[in-house]
Design a protein around this ligand. Structure first.
Ligand code: NAD
Ligand code: MG
Length: 383
């Protein structure tokens, strides 16, 4: 690398944001921060700003503008607040913008970054799930690049680096199966928030951890892969692999398979995106093949994981279905985490929204996507 890469990290206080910044901390000679953002945790954002000295910080929730400004007064760092500020900063040219906001809240900033032709390291899978049909052509038109950070997509991206699209037969995403992979459908009825939040292999933010327990996460990831890799729905598959040592596989037309392996640590795919096109060294543990012993694979049981089945059913259909699925899932996960519904009610709410007669008109622009997301949330709140 020549010179420092200038980075913007959206969602800096979250799980992916923290992993990203821990890698930046390892390489003060390679990276400089342009901007950092958070939703409401202004204390952590101010601390990160003091440490990394970005030019800008953005707090999405405007209520925290004043306390954040007070903490950073005299620092020379520009403090901004609100959704529009996030979008403005997304359009400020950097070498790499890390999109690590959770949920559809991250869509508008990613869209602005795409319109500006930025290089985007994308963790925020919900943006592609809801608006892949708009983002992918816009990225091409504006010469924006999307480097996937989601571990399975990053794995497949690495396997495809020197390959021709036409030679790909199938891609396969692995799934750990989450904490309930050994349970029966009946046992799933009674799982607690705490049980659902304790993932066996990965340490992640609360929403994606619950999505992993329901396996909605793998369904969202198949939709994400559909848009990222431009394949037919039937070429995109998922399999349970409890060891989480292989993250993604590609089968080619000549019978060759490539698989990407690594420890279950988000710093592996994030370091790939940060360093790209070079590799970024960091003091990672090795994958210990002997103690790993074996690699197991299992079919996904759709009776146990109805959210996976619902997400799978929308791939390649009217993009409005994925917006409704995603919005309903965000609402249901929030309600589950707030103790308002049980774990198995998550999939019932998602299906109720999918089966509803919410208007599925063409989604021609970002505002159409955001309006449908809102309509779905209103529909569920009125239920
Ligand atoms: P997290 O909950 O730990 O962090 C989310 C970040 O987004 C925080 O900085 C928060 O302040 C910010 N944020 C939340 N709501 C916001 C809003 N309304 N407006 C602006 N900012 C907001 O989430 P995470 O686990 O880091 O996941 C981030 C994204 O990456 C998700 O889309 C997730 O699916 C994806 N992802 C995460 C992992 C992982 O290991 N954590 C792995 C793969 C993909
Ligand atoms: Mg993933």
């Amino acid at each position: 690398m020549t010179g420092k890469k200038r980075l913007t990290v959206f969602g800096a206080t979250g799980s992916v944001g923290s992993s990203t910044l821990s890698l930046v901390r390892e390489h003060p000679d390679k990276f400089a921060l342009h901007a950092l953002s958070a939703n409401s945790d202004y204390h952590s954002l101010a601390q990160l700003a003091q440490e990394f000295q970005p030019s800008h910080v953005v707090i999405a929730d405007e209520a925290f503008y004043t306390p954040l400004s007070e903490l950073l007064s005299g620092s020379g760092i520009t403090v901004l607040a609100g959704q529009k500020a996030l979008e403005e900063v997304a359009a400020q040219k950097v070498d790499l913008l890390v999109a690590a906001i959770v949920g559809l809240a991250g869509l508008a900033p990613v869209w602005r970054a795409v319109e500006t032709g930025q290089n985007i390291a994308l963790a925020n899978k919900e943006t592609l799930v809801a608006a892949g049909h708009l983002i992918m052509p816009a990225a091409e038109k504006n010469s924006a690049t999307l480097l996937p950070i989601d571990s399975e997509h990053n794995a497949i991206f690495q396997c495809l680096r020197y390959e021709n699209q036409a030679d790909i037969k199938n891609i396969i995403l692995t799934a750990s199966g989450g904490p309930f992979r050994k349970m029966s459908v009946a046992e799933m009825q009674d799982v607690t928030i705490e049980q659902a939040l304790s993932h066996p292999n990965w340490s992640m933010g609360p929403k994606v951890t619950i999505d992993s327990a329901t396996m909605m996460n793998k369904g969202l990831e198949l939709i994400e892969a559909y848009w990222l890799f431009g394949l037919k729905p039937e070429q995109i598959k998922a399999v349970i692999h409890p060891q989480s040592a292989i993250h993604g596989l590609v089968e080619f037309c000549d019978g060759s398979w490539l698989a990407h392996m690594g420890i279950a640590d988000m710093r592996v795919p994030i370091s790939h995106a940060l360093g790209f096109p070079e590799r970024l060294a960091w003091p990672t543990e090795s994958l210990d093949l002997i103690s790993l012993g074996q690699l197991d694979f299992k079919k996904i049981d759709t009776a146990l994981y109805p959210c996976f089945a619902s997400a799978y059913s929308v791939i390649g259909t009217n993009p409005a279905n994925a917006v409704i699925l995603n919005a309903a899932n965000e609402v249901a996960v929030d309600w589950f985490l707030a103790g308002k519904i049980t774990f198995t009610e998550i999939s019932r709410l998602v299906d109720r929204a999918l089966e509803s007669n919410i208007n599925r008109a063409m989604l021609n622009c970002l505002d159409d996507v955001i309006a449908l997301d809102r309509e779905t949330r209103i529909f569920l709140s009125a239920e």
